[in-house]
Design a protein around this ligand. Structure first.
Ligand SMILES: Cc1ncc(COP(=O)(O)O)c(C=O)c1O
Length: 467
């Protein structure tokens, strides 16, 4: 019999779990409410007086831990490095003094009384957690940590990268608005803009990611959004964030950057002039291919209220479990990105010398068309290498099918190296003409380099390349 059942049955008490205003749910207060006019006692008849015995220690005696979380607005963040922020921000320690961040798996949060509940629903939550579709402490912790890494005032986590794009578009834009978007974006992003946003009256123009002049030409009086992914998936084309932000701002539009390939460890788009960042946390932020997640980041004035309204009413929310996994993933982001990048650079150099390889696309190579720009914008070339084998689809599939170590899968940003044939998988549903314009050819293979020894990755690819 648990304590709550015992109290209900023998003492006549209802046990109410509640969160005090201004506290997180980890600071669980167990309050006792009289239900039958009985004196509040413990099982041995001792008065409880609002505190509650667990073992031999009263909850009320637990040391109250001040929240030492470093929030994005906290002055304590100034001067701290990314690796430090990644392990020290977004911590809201509860009265239990846990060292590792707690996970708050709860759909809703309770109130002390009806008035409090009514106020929270009608006057606004005022920072209080009400229901996990609106906010949840673990999700908030992830948001604060990612905001600190991106140098953003505000972060709203979402269920996936795609729902981040959906949410920010629904929150900020309307029928009649015009979007200028890079031709080099992820396949589902193309589908979302063309099959869905266009259906609701948003006009979409695709332009080459590396030609700012084409973005300028595409501008109309109704242009409200520029959307770019840099480096792009799978061609690793690098767009000039500063140049695009200037064009967007002159046109009265915002620039949204999908920072999935670099993560804040390698590129910080807001510092380069972008207004909004979207993430697929599914990739490097989790880092081990475990969960789906996404995020929208930007200034408080621009995204906070519209995003919370949309999330509250539409519900593409990140789960507390996924937020906890991604929160812990962020702790190793810096060192993982360095290791991914070093291996990717070595692999790209090896592939470039291989006689069966027609071209290698890796921003860290001097041969990459936007190498100089990439080295200005990014810390390294990143972890993704794409290359075109001679012989089209047949040759590409032979390389893929000959691997024994690499994982044949569409995901990227994992510690396990993944190998993908974009033309028939991630980009397979895009009309051939759009795919061709984007340069996703039949011979193209994308490798998201993991953390295995690079010699083992090379040997795995060499088999299919020599066949
Ligand atoms: C660049 C990029 N953006 C967004 C997404 C979508 O993210 P998710 O799968 O988390 O919805 C992906 C997925 O592969 C991606 O590669």
């Amino acid at each position: 019999m648990n304590v709550a059942t015992y109290l209900r049955r023998f003492v006549g008490l209802a046990v109410v779990h509640s969160v005090q205003p201004g506290q997180l749910a980890g600071a669980i207060q167990i309050q006792l409410r009289r239900t039958r006019g009985l004196r509040i006692c413990d099982p041995f008849g001792l008065p409880l007086d609002g505190s509650f015995h667990f073992g031999n220690r009263k909850m009320a005696d637990q040391p109250s831990q001040p929240s030492r979380a470093l929030a994005p607005s906290d002055d304590g963040l100034a001067g701290l490095h990314l690796d430090t922020l990644a392990v020290r921000t977004g911590i809201h320690r509860s009265q239990f003094a846990e060292h590792s961040e707690a996970m708050y798996l709860t759909s809703s949060f309770v109130f002390d009384n009806a008035q409090q509940a009514a106020d929270a629903f009608q006057k606004g939550t005022d920072g209080r957690n009400v229901y996990s579709r609106f906010t949840n402490p673990t999700v908030t912790a992830f948001e604060e940590r990612l905001a600190a890494l991106e140098g953003a005032e505000c972060c709203v986590a979402t269920a996936s990268g795609m729902s981040a794009i959906l949410a920010i578009t629904m929150a900020l834009f309307k029928a009649g608005d015009h979007v200028v978007i890079s031709q080099g974006v992820f396949g589902s992003t193309v589908q979302l803009f063309t099959n869905f946003f266009e259906k609701f009256g948003v006009e979409v123009t695709f332009v080459p990611p590396t030609e700012p002049a084409a973005w300028q030409r595409a501008v109309k009086p109704s242009t409200r959004m520029f959307f770019v992914e840099t480096p792009s998936n799978p061609l690793t084309e690098v767009s000039d964030i500063g140049a695009l932000s200037e064009i967007a701002h002159r046109a009265g539009a915002v620039l949204i950057v999908d920072n999935c390939f670099c993560s804040p460890a390698l590129q910080r788009p807001l510092e380069l002039g972008a207004d909004i960042i979207i993430h697929s946390a599914t990739k490097y932020l989790d880092g081990q291919g475990r969960v789906l997640g996404g995020a929208v980041l930007g200034s408080r004035a621009l995204i906070h209220a519209p995003m919370l309204q949309f999330m509250r009413n539409a519900g593409p929310t990140m789960s507390a479990f996924n937020a906890w996994v991604c929160l812990k993933g962020l702790e190793t982001l810096g060192i993982r990105m360095e290791a991914h990048s070093a291996r990717a650079a070595a692999l790209a150099t090896w592939l470039e010398r291989h006689p069966r390889v027609a071209r290698v696309l890796y921003p860290g190579l001097a041969s990459h068309p936007q190498h100089a720009l990439a080295m200005r914008q990014q810390k390294t070339g990143g972890g993704v290498v794409s290359f075109e084998v001679k012989g089209g689809r047949e040759a590409a599939w032979r390389v893929i099918d000959s691997t024994r170590l690499l994982s044949i899968t569409g995901n990227l940003g994992d510690v396990k190296t993944t190998i993908t044939h974009p033309a028939t998988t991630t980009h397979g549903r895009i009309p051939q003409a759009v795919r061709d314009a984007a340069g996703v050819t039949e011979g193209l293979i994308r490798i998201a380099v993991g953390l295995e020894a690079v010699e083992d990755i090379q040997n795995d690819l060499a088999r299919g390349l020599s066949g």
